[in-house]
Design a protein around this ligand. Structure first.
Ligand code: SF4
Length: 290
């Protein structure tokens, strides 16, 4: 008989922001049907399927009917999008995570105090697209290479004070390296203010996965295909433990069965938009195959 000790990460399942957005939408759905959302409310297909059965409709903006009720994603939305929705007569339910909102406020204050705002983030991520609408001249840079290129090509960066923030789900290590490099590039008269706007919920998971990946034989990170923090946890785990796997659905487990069952200990972790039902389904699958 195969014996694998299954361990669960301490910080697992929904974070407070995702939990809030889902609870809010479920609450509205009890009274108002249908409820629309432009894009994913959260980046997890299991959650989206479940909400769609309850009446949530994910729809592209051009197809959105007028005078309907629309939920704003946990990642937030730009003022332009909110305005357009209101002009169409839609009623808005704001599911923006309070921590994302706080980060937007910090970014806005930085730019109002005439600092050039640089944000370490993925420019196509909904949180960054919303921020771009709030702080029009925010410079959103994907990584250190992007920063280096901009320092060489964008002369404004050599002439102004700079404020640095981060997308709430960026890895802390990447932000520290980015910030340290930027410090070395400052001219004598330039000031740099650094605000760490990375969410604690993701930092706790990051710290935990480093230790778990180093002290266990196998790591499974459960989460949605589009979830950037799930991908980040997987990347951190993989850098420390080659036997780390990203699992989007139970069918992914088939391919890695051997890796799991050749291990003495297997850790299960998750992104912040992964429901506990999905984590439990993975655990049940493994134990049922032992
Ligand atoms: S990860 Fe943090 S910022 Fe993002 S939704 Fe969750 S609590 Fe909010």
């Amino acid at each position: 008989m195969i014996q694998v000790i299954i361990k669960r990460a301490e910080h697992i399942g929904f974070c407070s922001g995702v939990d809030r957005a889902i609870a809010l939408s479920e609450d509205v759905l009890k009274k108002t049907q249908p409820l629309y959302v432009t894009g994913d409310l959260v980046h997890n297909a299991v959650v989206m399927d479940d909400l769609s059965k309850k009446g949530l409709k994910a729809i592209d903006l051009p197809d959105l009917p007028e005078n309907s009720t629309v939920m704003i994603q946990a990642h937030g939305a730009s003022p332009e999008l909110m305005q357009e929705l209101r002009i169409r007569g839609n009623e808005l339910v704001d599911g923006t995570c309070p921590i994302v909102k706080k980060s937007f406020d910090i970014c806005q204050k930085c730019s109002q105090s005439s600092y050039q705002l640089i944000v370490l983030g993925q420019s196509k991520h909904p949180e960054m697209m919303a921020l771009k609408g709030i702080v029009k001249d925010a410079l959103i840079l994907n990584d250190l290479d992007d920063l280096k290129r901009n320092i060489n090509e964008n002369h404004r960066l050599n002439q102004t004070n700079i404020a640095l923030c981060a997308q709430t789900t960026k890895p802390l290590k990447e932000f520290s390296e980015f910030s340290a490099y930027l410090t070395t590039q400052l001219k004598q008269f330039q000031h740099l203010i650094v605000y760490n706007t990375i969410c604690d919920a993701t930092i706790h998971r990051e710290v935990e996965i480093k230790s778990l990946a180093s002290h266990n034989d196998c790591v499974i990170v459960v989460g949605g295909v589009k979830s950037s923090n799930t991908r980040k946890l997987y990347d951190i785990a993989k850098a420390r433990n080659i036997n780390s796997h990203l699992v989007h659905s139970l069918s992914d487990l088939e391919e890695i069965k051997r890796n799991i069952f050749q291990s003495e200990t297997c850790v299960i972790a998750s992104g912040t938009s992964t429901p506990m039902t999905q984590v439990e389904a993975v655990e049940n699958y493994i134990t049922s195959e032992m």
